[in-house]
Write a protein that binds this ligand. Structure first.
Ligand code: ADP
Ligand code: MG
Length: 267
């Protein structure tokens, strides 16, 4: 059964989409079957994986408002093992259209539950706010992965994010856990990046990924070619970073599954 990871941080520009695209692609490269779910109206995960978001008849928006099924909008990308639920600007209207709909926090979950067994990992790219779409992602997820940009205001907003995760856990998804924090856009030439990492480690009582994603211009260029970093520039520091992150995510998943089995055998 897939591990469902929501990539969330209500701040824009911290590396959510870059992480969603490249973690998905690097997991797929390691022979994991991956579904990337774009639940951001900006549709940057969709275009970053080489899909023309403007020409789509069915997207996650039509799925969420009940006009199409998951299979209707599911896309097999041109990369092995990598599938996509695409999004575009239409989704911006969903927030309002979903008002008053019964159990609207569970809409995505109900769709994903049916196909959870078909994948190893499902990676959800959230919008830069704590709205209904993000809550849908967190209600569907097993874990939340929080990218933190190595900049002066890194800690700002994190208290609110953790509070939202706790609320979702309490009211909507009791099984929700923190996948952990991953630092992005690390610049080894500046003291600031190092200070941010130290500061966040001291202040956040969270699982923090050993992998730190470097600032790498190839990561910023890749989406305009519709390619993930492992294809666009397989030897870049960015590709190395996301491959290493994928390995850590797989290790975590396997370790957890092993512990679960051990518990079951004891019972
Ligand atoms: P978010 O989805 O959180 O808004 P993005 O992933 O879109 O953030 O990243 C914001 C901008 O920073 C984008 O232009 C992206 O290409 C760039 N970027 C993200 N991560 C890196 C990195 N490690 N090195 C260089 N540029 C990056
Ligand atoms: Mg984004």
């Amino acid at each position: 059964m897939a591990r469902v990871i929501a990539i969330a941080n209500q701040k824009g520009g911290v590396g959510k989409t870059t992480t969603a695209i490249n973690l998905s692609a690097c997991l797929a490269e390691k022979n994991k079957k991956v579904l990337a779910v774009d639940i951001d109206p900006q549709g940057n995960t969709t275009s970053g994986l080489g899909i023309n978001k403007h020409s789509l008849k069915n997207t996650i928006y039509q799925m969420m408002i009940g006009e199409c099924t998951l299979q209707d909008c599911l896309i097999k990308t041109s990369f092995d093992n990598l599938y996509l639920l695409p999004s575009n600007v239409n989704l911006a209207g969903a927030e309002i259209e979903l008002i008053g709909i019964n159990e609207r926090e569970y809409i995505l979950k109900h769709h994903i539950e049916k196909i959870k067994d078909d994948y190893d990992f499902i990676i959800i790219d959230c919008p830069p706010s704590l709205n209904t779409l993000t809550v849908n992602a967190m209600t569907t997820a097993d874990t939340v992965l929080v990218p933190i940009q190595c900049e002066f205001y890194a800690l700002e907003g994190l208290t609110q994010l953790m509070h939202t995760i706790e609320l979702v856990k309490k009211r909507l998804n009791p099984g929700l856990r923190m996948e952990g924090v991953v630092f992005t856009m690390f610049d080894a030439r500046t003291n600031l990046s190092l200070q941010v990492v130290e500061n966040v480690k001291e202040n956040l009582n969270q699982n923090i990924y050993k992998t730190i994603i470097p600032r790498n211009v190839r990561l910023a260029e890749a989406p305009s070619h519709g390619l993930p970093i492992n294809i666009y520039d397989p030897k870049s520091s960015g590709a190395e970073g996301y491959r290493q992150l994928a390995e850590e995510v797989i290790d975590n998943d396997e370790a957890e599954k092993y512990e679960k089995e051990k518990l079951l055998r004891k019972k």
